[in-house]
Design a protein around this ligand. Sequence first.
Ligand code: PLP
Length: 230
Amino acid sequence: MIADRIKQVKENVRAACREAGRDEKEVTLIAVSKTKPVSLLREAYEAGIRDFGENKVQELVDKMEQLPGDIRWHMIGHLQRNKVKYIVGKVWLIHSVDSYRLAEEINREAQKKHTEANILIEVNMAQEESKFGVSPKDAPALVEEISKLPAVHIKGLMTVAPFVENAEENRCFFRKLKQLSVDIAEKNIDNVSMNILSMGMTGDYQIAAQEGAVYIRVGTGIFGERDYSV
Ligand SMILES: *Cc1c(COP(=O)(O)O)cnc(C)c1O
């Protein structure tokens, strides 16, 4: 069941890439497994998934301890500074950095552990009140500021697009995130690369793939609806 859904998502990505003239290998599927039991993650792992996304620190660490060591864990949810210590040195990529203070804490913890941390800057492209992320206007300055932290490496940008009925409505936000990354890359800031764009969820990942996503984050489309009542 999960294997079938994964296959379907990959086929959709392939079709989207073909349409956009992109190589499908440029797009990596992150299985967003928040709220789902380890047994289902194992099923996805057996179907070939090696990238998992979680949005809560405790849940991520618990699952990590129970699953194979070759999984790349992605922290995609809002991160509190007092939780940074639990994931630095363990996760592959933190997608959700939107303030200097948070980056500073990540840097401090990485230095303490004699390691380094790869991050993305989360941008609130639609400027929704309810969402985390730096505004597109403030993103370049934040990148410059964070670039000076030696144990933190900015690898690109991430966005959570609005919830819409018609995914086409989000195309403009994906396109603008791509353009923002190009604009920032042109500044050639030391210790900054803009190779990664993390964008697209179950409702709109095909559009995101067409517009240049490197990571798409798909939860419902792989694991089914989430039940928050339990
Ligand atoms: C939950 C979540 C997703 C996956 O959402 P689906 O619509 O279930 O695919 C992607 N990105 C972030 C940041 C999330 O919190």
